[in-house]
Design a protein around this ligand. Structure first.
Ligand SMILES: [Zn+2]
Ligand SMILES: [Zn+2]
Length: 324
């Protein structure tokens, strides 16, 4: 499986203001000369050493994840990241009206739907767009998104054929060579995470969640979402302090994902759904704080004479891809 993040931001698309970009470029120039560089040939070396928050950042598009195997493609959520994904898909069967698209919705908050009216394959006659959710009312959601006065093209005139599929909680669903099972997350409106499996490899998508149920007992029937996992994408909208201020807002901090990953022996974790109010520098600071937390957990285990499970983890960014 190849997993690609087309949108890593939460809540609202968050483009950089021109002023911020200008200031950032100015800082980079200053840094270049402060490092003692003078010539063009130093540019590549200087750029490759720059941290993500100073050069490129984490991206501003909202939730959209692509899962690809040798024969199948799945999309999770239709946030604004689905717009550039749609352009890429137009180079394949979708551009010829013979595309078969599968979009799974975790829930229907705007940041997970807002890209749908700009997903070009949906307008091409002949394409079949399969949409899935555990929540009933998926068709009503599409009727609301594609309706005047919110959008000029009503659902009936889209071109493609939309087929609605309701998933059963905790029941595997096979799509091509991929098997997907929904498990419930903790969010103010019902929200479902997905465990996706192929040939013994497991990808687990856990966004949006506050994960108020942490212990194995509390997670109960939803525990398999976190067990035997090769890659987990987890909600880290907030810093640890912010999760205390924003109880019941439905999002977590990286430290919570780290705890679960260490306990359940998850191999790799990517954190996303970054807060739209957070600058790239603030997200990088939250990542550094989480790094401190992770190291302190490793040290605590060592002091207790326990061999802690080491997790490979990082904060995700738009365009990031992971091969399993
Ligand atoms: Zn969200
Ligand atoms: Zn949400």
């Amino acid at each position: 499986m190849r997993i690609k993040l087309w949108g890593a931001r939460g809540s609202l698309p968050s483009p950089h203001a021109p002023e911020l970009i200008r200031n950032g470029i100015r800082e980079l120039f200053e840094g270049f000369f402060e490092c003692g560089h003078q010539s063009r040939k130093d540019i590549d070396r200087y750029m490759s050493d720059l941290p993500r928050h100073l050069f490129g950042g984490f991206g501003g598009n909202t939730a959209c994840i692509e899962v690809r195997s040798s024969e199948q493609q799945l999309i999770i959520d239709g946030g604004s990241g689905i717009r550039p994904l749609g352009y890429e898909m137009m180079a394949g069967p979708c551009g010829k009206g013979s595309g078969e698209v599968h979009i799974f919705f975790t829930h229907f908050h705007w940041d997970h739907l807002v890209g749908l009216p700009f997903f070009v394959p949906i307008f091409i006659p002949g394409n079949r767009i399969h949409v899935y959710s555990v929540q009933p009312g998926l068709q009503d959601v599409f009727q609301t998104v594609f309706r005047k006065p919110f959008f000029p093209v009503p659902l009936e005139s889209l071109g493609s054929r939309i087929e609605y599929h309701i998933l059963e909680p905790r029941k595997p669903r096979r799509v091509g060579d991929l098997t997907l099972t929904p498990y419930e997350l903790d969010h103010p409106d019902p929200c479902w995470g997905f465990r996706i499996e192929k040939d013994g490899k497991v990808f687990s998508h856990c966004v949006d969640t506050e994960c108020v149920r942490v212990s194995r007992e509390q997670l109960g029937p939803d525990l398999p979402l976190y067990q035997g996992v090769d890659l987990m994408i987890f909600d880290a909208q907030y810093t640890l302090m912010e999760t205390i201020e924003k109880v019941n807002w439905g999002h977590a901090a990286a430290s919570l994902g780290i705890d679960i990953a260490m306990r359940e022996r998850v191999k790799q974790v990517i954190f996303m759904h970054h807060d739209p109010a957070s600058s790239d520098s603030k997200i990088a600071a939250a990542e550094a704080q989480a790094r401190q937390y992770y190291k302190s957990q490793l040290r605590a285990a060592e002091r207790a004479g326990v061999k802690a499970h080491e997790v490979e983890w990082s904060f995700g960014y738009e365009g990031m891809t992971v091969d399993l």
